[in-house]
Design a protein around this ligand. Structure first.
Ligand code: CP3
Length: 348
């Protein structure tokens, strides 16, 4: 079944560097989580934040999809919002509502009150998870660390939760521009230090999820966000592990995301991969981009669209197969497993 000529670690890390691979590496954003029965079993006893605070449990949850699915990378089990807590924001995940921040950032004074973080102290549990997972994987597949991007973290800090229009965020950005830049500077400093600490603890690549940055026009992205994202990637370049940069709905921003940084640019399903390479250049490395809703489709349609993603990659080096946004709750596990096998078979 699975082609094992290259170790899976080599497969992923070679693709990230744009080198040839035996088969296309595949992993899934949100590959750990509610669609897995073994995750739900743990979640019935512990809240999301409790899981994140218990390294042995978080490590187990990180490894569940690796064992179950045969993916080519593990992603640390944590959440992008965790660093906001030591900065001084009171975060809670409410059932059915998603994240809630009880004291959102609404004024320049709120920005000034945010604390710088020392991730080795305040996020020590996450770093311990990294060490435990890295040890347990024993080189089978690489471990990815991650953090939120500056716009996305700012949006949760300001809105106090999830949002559709990002109106409070944009009002702050346009109306309190100096404080906005101070906020993004603090967030990007925190993210940089946090990612460096994850790498020290054993993460072999890191992904920045600026999930909601597609809400901005190219001009606003350039003015209000890009310098801060660039600082993160510049800091990481000094450390020398591969970086991945992802957002949803970024069809109008791809070149700008690339300018901000990241060895690999993640695409959602709205931009065909071949268009991605046309726009970002033949040496670009791209991750994506199956619509996660296809995991609910009849098997023939799922297979047709997996083939179509691989056909757009045309065997180029530097493709990492993934969904175009995270796996959705309720996704049938056997469909996810089938995609892993199909990607490996078809690209062999
Ligand atoms: O498997 C993995 O991908 C690793 C774990 C992971 C989680 N969150 C755990 C989680 C990762 C990479 C994230 C990233 C994350 N968190 C993002 C960026 C990725 C994306 O989807 O765009 C964002 C925006 C968040 C913030 C967040 N966390 C929201 C909005 C929610 C509630 C909505 C939802 O999806 O449930 C969460 C909760 C969350 N984080 C869950 C998991 C497994 C579900 C919570 C549960 O078990 O109750």
């Amino acid at each position: 079944m699975a082609v094992m000529e290259q170790t899976q670690t080599a497969r992923f890390l070679r693709a990230v560097r744009g080198e040839s691979v035996d088969v296309t590496p595949v992993w899934f954003m949100r590959q750990a989580g509610r669609y897995l029965p073994e995750y739900r079993a743990i979640r019935s006893r512990l809240s999301l934040l409790e899981i994140c605070a218990r390294p042995e449990v978080a490590a187990e949850v990180t490894l569940q999809p690796v064992t179950r699915l045969g993916v080519d990378a593990a992603i640390l089990f944590a959440d992008i919002l965790l660093p906001l807590v030591p900065m001084g924001l009171r975060l809670e995940f409410q059932a059915g509502e998603g994240p809630v921040i009880h004291n959102p950032v609404r004024s320049p004074a709120d920005v000034a009150a945010l604390r710088p973080i020392e991730p080795r102290e305040s996020l020590a549990g996450v770093l311990e998870t990294v060490r435990l997972v890295r040890g347990a994987l024993a080189g089978r597949v690489p471990l990815l660390g991650f953090a939120g991007g500056p716009f996305t973290l700012a949006s949760y800090a300001i809105e106090g939760g999830s949002s559709r229009q990002f109106l409070a965020t944009k009002r702050f950005m346009y109306g309190e521009t100096r404080a906005w830049h101070r906020l993004l500077r603090r967030l990007s400093d925190a993210v940089s230090e946090y990612l460096v600490a994850q790498i020290e603890a054993g993460a072999e690549a890191v992904q920045v999820f600026d999930s909601w940055v597609g809400a901005l026009s190219p001009a606003d992205y350039t003015q209000y966000v890009l310098p801060h994202s660039r600082r993160i990637f510049e800091r990481l370049r000094a450390v020398g592990v591969p970086t991945l940069h992802f957002g949803v709905g970024t069809g109008a921003l791809l070149e700008l995301l690339q300018q901000a940084g990241g060895d690999v640019i993640g695409l959602d399903w709205r931009v065909p991969l071949d268009e991605g390479w046309r726009r970002l250049g033949p040496h670009a490395r791209l991750q994506g981009n199956l619509d996660p809703a296809l995991l609910f489709a009849p098997r023939a349609e799922l297979e047709r669209q997996v083939r179509s993603v691989l056909a757009q990659a045309e065997g180029r080096t530097g493709h990492i197969f993934n969904v175009g946004h995270g796996i959705l709750p309720g996704t049938p596990v056997d469909a996810v497993r089938a995609v892993v096998d199909l990607v490996h078979q078809l690209s062999a």
